[in-house]
Design a protein around this ligand. Sequence first.
Ligand SMILES: NC(=O)c1ccc[n+]([C@@H]2O[C@H](COP(=O)([O-])OP(=O)(O)OC[C@H]3O[C@@H](n4cnc5c(N)ncnc54)[C@H](O)[C@@H]3O)[C@@H](O)[C@H]2O)c1
Length: 444
Amino acid sequence: MITRRDFISRASAAFAAGMVAPALIKDSDILAKAIGAGRKSKSVSVNDKINVGLIGCRSMGWGDLACFMTHPDVDCVALCDIDRNVLESRAGDMEKMRGSRPALYGDYRKLLDRKDIDAVVIGTPDHWHCLQMTDACAAGKDVYVEKPVANSIAECDAMVAAARRYGRVVQAGQQQRSGAIWHKMKKYIDSGKLGRISRVNVWANFNYAAILNPVPDTPVPEGVDFEMWLGPAPERTFNPKRFHGSWRMFWDYGGGLVTDWGVHLLDMALWGMNVKGMPKRVFATGGNFTYPDNYAETFDTLSVIYEFEDFLIQWSNVSIESGPYGKCYGLEFKGTNGTLVANREGWEVIPEQQRIEAETCQPDNLDRENHVSNFLDCMRRRDADTACTIENGSFCAKYAHIGNVSARVGEPLTYDDARKTFHDRRADRLITPEYRKPWKFPKF
Ligand SMILES: NC(=O)c1ccc[n+]([C@@H]2O[C@H](COP(=O)([O-])OP(=O)(O)OC[C@H]3O[C@@H](n4cnc5c(N)ncnc54)[C@H](O)[C@@H]3O)[C@@H](O)[C@H]2O)c1
């Protein structure tokens, strides 16, 4: 996979060496076209104030926006949510924070029509990310889109295509990419001190994967535009357990723990191991084994093995909140000289038979703030090479999705990313979601 980061570093290496190979001219041409070539709205420059709009205001979207608001040169001019209760409450919060109420919308397309908005933050459920992000790109906005960037493999590809076609700066909300401890971890792994790494174990054990005590469908709550919440997902009646917050455990809207936490942690595993393409094979199995009466469709118990030439990456989740090294989530790189164990609370190296020194690293807990600052800096510089590009967000989301696909069809699979097929009819049906009319799957 060639990312725009690769384009930039290859093009600058050639430039520094005083030679520009024809292939690189082509790559950098694409880059030059990609950056600052938005069609409908102007792109910000160094001294401009940046106007942002938030789509999906309840939890993470609001948390992201709060980081944007720590920058005095950023204004929030519009909020959009399909739940009037959330919208009014966030408008009040914004008024307290900044002294004025932003414009309020129930339909994100109206927000995107505004010419004065430079960037949007997308904090909606996963099944909405692709349409909202690609529409935002087409409207000439830069985009901070929450993770997992999409709820399917084909949507990941569409989002990369949209960012390139419309020349937008995009940050995927995998904030660990802006965390100092993770960069130090990567440097440590790259030093080779761990020796030969044969396995990376990744786990996230959270009980919110279990949706217990189901309730019957109910009338749609006052103030909620449920039709607009469902959007491209299949028609159904309202159920409070498939709505705010818990939607991530139902296939039409999310992918369970492996897409929720997996994209953060698998990203670190793939980055640490310098993985650039799809694995040779993926083997996965799972079910609702911890709680057989779990109302969730996604699995409260799941194991995924990603097979590479000379190492394995293994994902696992269970809904019991404990795990290896006393951590309910994290990852460990197992090398011949030692094991590096990491999560957001820090990392440590545990030597194997004193072959290397023990080491520890503590976090500064500024990942999200740094991630937002990086996005704003990239917007001003018209630099598509954000800390977590849409290419990278898509790459990790695909890893999470192929694990789910393998578990859902119950087969080991090989995903051919060039031909967009698993060479398995049942698995291939899970690559592209069928959008409910009138929504159309975006094509570029
Ligand atoms: N980066 C992180 O660490 C992190 C942490 C938590 C959540 N997230 C991600 O943030 C996203 C949102 O998760 P959440 O926990 O905040 O969900 P949530 O259900 O709490 O909030 C989603 C909001 O989007 C609104 N919404 C739904 N459809 C909409 C539409 N068509 N237009 C406008 N608003 C709409 C809902 O009404 C709700 O207010 C998810 O993709 C999730 O994976 C990221």
